[in-house]
Design a protein around this ligand. Structure first.
Ligand code: NAP
Length: 239
């Protein structure tokens, strides 16, 4: 049975990934930070294993990586670096602490978790890493410079690592969602949502399950010759 570890599985896109991979027959583990009841509900529904870990902490990442390897007996076949924080702030109002927090959760955590699990993937000459970036990492978003910078970093990490570990049989890809209907966009006004839909050729927000389906495709046999790619799941939003 294939195994998968998904970060940020308690809500939104990550929770749909947990459902989607579990339905497809994967043994699934996921990480969350603080929404224990939501995580327990996803775990009960899917029989996936929920583990609490704050991805801002390097030590907690290492602890979670070890726990997952013990659970599965090896590193997972598929690692999905999905968890992230977002927020709007004028560039000149971004504090050092906020900048560091965004970097640490959105970019350093995928680096640290991947670094912890990669040696096992290289040893067995197979593995799939999926990083969840964002359309804002591709085109930049006003008042989201810190978020956009971390998501652009994840694209660079993906492309470079794919070249480095391709010869070892490990694939590394990135999904760049457009605007998806999750808590992350809860602060947008109806007018802002309307404007974003107008910019999207498919004229609507995306659904978390549409991003999860793209991840399942990239992880599965259909993605076997795909690496180093950035797959937009964005309704045709112009990049
Ligand atoms: P979301 O609904 O806000 O959920 C975020 C998830 O990340 C939650 O499970 C949360 O855990 C977890 N998380 C946040 N900080 C964490 C930390 N320090 N340690 C561990 N877990 C942490 O987000 P989403 O909309 O599903 O987004 C998922 C991914 O898609 C993110 O990478 C995001 O940047 C990307 N994306 C989203 C959109 C969009 O429009 N929604 C667009 C482009 C890209 P808790 O529930 O425990 O807090």
């Amino acid at each position: 049975m294939k195994t998968v570890l998904i970060t940020g599985g308690s809500r939104g896109i990550g929770a749909e990934m947990v459902r989607c991979f579990s339905r497809a027959g994967y043994r699934t583990a996921f990480l969350y930070r603080e929404n224990r009841s939501a995580a327990e509900a996803v775990a009960a529904e899917t029989e996936a294993i929920a583990m609490q870990a704050d991805l801002a902490s390097g030590q907690e990442i290492l602890r979670a990586a070890k726990a997952v390897c013990n659970l599965f007996g090896d590193a997972p076949d598929v690692l999905i670096n999905n968890a992230a924080v977002a927020g709007m702030r004028l560039f000149t109002d971004i504090t050092d602490d906020e900048w560091e927090r965004f970097l640490s959760i959105n970019l350093s955590a995928p680096f640290r978790l991947t670094r912890a699990l990669l040696p096992d993937m290289i040893r067995r000459k197979s593995g799939c890493i999926l990083n969840v970036s964002s359309i804002w990492g591709q085109v930049g978003a006003s008042c989201e410079v810190h978020y956009s910078a971390t998501k652009a970093g994840l694209i660079g990490l993906t492309r470079a690592l794919a070249k480095e570990v391709g010869p070892s049989g490990v694939r590394v890809n990135c999904i760049a969602p457009g605007v998806i209907d999750t808590d992350m966009n809860a602060a947008l006004t109806p007018e802002e949502i309307h404007a974003l839909c107008e910019e999207t050729p498919l004229c609507r927000l995306g659904r978390p399950e549409e991003v999860a389906a793209a991840a399942l495709f990239l992880a599965g046999p259909g993605g076997s010759f795909i690496t180093g790619q950035i797959l937009g799941v964005n309704g045709g939003f112009v990049i």
